[in-house]
Design a protein around this ligand. Structure first.
Ligand code: ZN
Length: 250
């Protein structure tokens, strides 16, 4: 039976890295939708341009902790000094339209038709909780009703899946891993990794390509011009470590 392909690019933690975002949008080609899991801004040098680009492709997005910090909805006491400095720089740079866009992002979006819940951190604590182990992921199962939960925040391409023994396990997602969603039992939690500031030792931009017609999820890595983003950051006088870490993927 022919099933129509429904391709969705799932992006997270873009962090104002326009060069990486453009490369990811080129790589995914024509898609039916772009979903964004928060932290659109923070750390990087092009907050207004990244927001405008997401608006231009009609992205469906949720808020991340850095987005709320940039619009002054949370203070930066819980941020490390570099992240706080970048958040304050972002707050100064943001134009009204971009601020209004970030202010309008919900913490959770549920696509009943596509059977997916979108959050930044976790379903039970959307802005702050880091899903890094299976125990925490399992504790979140009761907090979403769809088959899929898409989350970001950790900047690590990963997933929590039940391989048939009734237990959720944590798996790191290698580049070009393809997950057959129909082969898996129960609920799944998938993390695309970070477009704009990867932290798994691979500096390439990370994202996830969902095909809900075929029932597959593919983790992608895309090379981009890291130096171009670094130069923009140096010009903006953003903290040195934030510049250096992009080349290291940490
Ligand atoms: Zn982030």
């Amino acid at each position: 039976m022919y099933r129509r392909s429904v391709r969705i690019a799932v992006l997270s933690d873009i962090h104002s890295n326009l060069v990486a975002l453009e490369q990811v949008l080129r790589d995914c080609g024509t898609v039916d939708a772009v979903w964004c899991l928060g932290d659109v801004v923070g750390y990087g040098p092009r907050p207004n341009e990244v927001v405008a680009r997401l608006q231009a492709v009609g992205a469906v997005a949720v808020a991340g902790n850095h987005d709320w910090a940039a619009i002054g909805r949370i203070d930066t006491d819980d941020f490390n000094p570099d992240a706080a400095a970048a958040a304050q720089w972002t707050a100064r740079m943001l134009l009204h339209e971009a601020s209004a866009y970030l202010a309008g992002l919900p913490q959770v979006r549920v696509h009943d038709q596509q059977r997916a819940t979108l959050v930044h951190g976790s379903p039970r604590d959307p802005l702050w909780e880091y899903l890094l182990d299976a125990h925490r992921a399992a504790a979140n199962l009761a907090h979403f009703a769809t088959q899929l939960c898409l989350f970001g925040h950790t900047h690590i391409p990963s997933r929590f899946v039940d391989r048939g023994d009734g237990r959720l396990r944590a798996e790191y997602a290698e580049p070009d891993d393809v997950l057959d969603l129909q082969q898996l039992q129960g609920k799944l939690l998938l993390n695309p990794g970070s477009v704009g500031q990867p932290r798994d030792g691979d500096p390439r931009a990370a994202y996830l390509l969902l095909d809900l017609g075929q029932g597959t999820a593919t983790w992608r890595r895309v090379e981009y011009d890291v130096w171009e983003t670094q130069q923009q950051m140096i010009e903006a006088k953003l903290p040195r470590w934030l510049v250096e870490r992009l080349a290291l993927g940490r």
